[in-house]
Design a protein around this ligand. Structure first.
Ligand SMILES: [Zn+2]
Length: 146
């Protein structure tokens, strides 16, 4: 058996009632956030009340899908299902709307030489079993994948 062969599938998120709209969005090719109708703040992860003002007037909105690289780590240790992909980039991205989220970068070398903090990113979607996950790829200043 090839040592790089994956023995187990990657983990798949299990939606809960409060996260279901987020996962419905990714299946539709949209990154969705909660927005507070009282103060206008965007939020991710999903909540029942606005963490900025306490209002319970949260609605789901489509995010732009644009982000900046806030922080990252390059994993050289393959988690189950990631045996064929190490090293890979685990990133904290700051969405254009304000919230940060944890994701992976794709289509870019997992090397500090290729990764610059604050570099522009855009969301892409990867189908994994029954779920569709939001990942990010680098784009140039004109919004073109780089
Ligand atoms: Zn609010």
């Amino acid at each position: 058996m090839n040592a790089k062969t994956s023995l187990r599938p990657k983990a798949i998120p299990v939606p809960t009632p409060i996260t279901q709209p987020f996962w419905d969005g990714t299946r539709a090719g949209e990154l969705r956030l909660q927005r507070c109708s009282a103060c206008g703040a965007h939020h991710l992860y999903p909540r029942f009340r606005c963490p900025a003002c306490g209002a319970d007037a949260l609605t789901w909105v489509r995010a732009s899908g644009r982000a900046r690289l806030h922080s990252y780590v390059i994993s050289h240790i393959a988690a189950p299902g990631w045996e064929n992909e190490a090293p890979y980039v685990i990133a904290v991205v700051k969405l254009h709307e304000g919230p940060t989220m944890l994701s992976n970068l794709v289509g870019i070398a997992a090397s500090p030489d290729a990764l610059t903090l604050d570099m522009p990113l855009e969301v892409v979607f990867e189908t994994r079993g029954d779920a569709v996950l939001p990942l990010f790829r680098a784009i140039n200043a004109s919004g073109v994948p780089s």
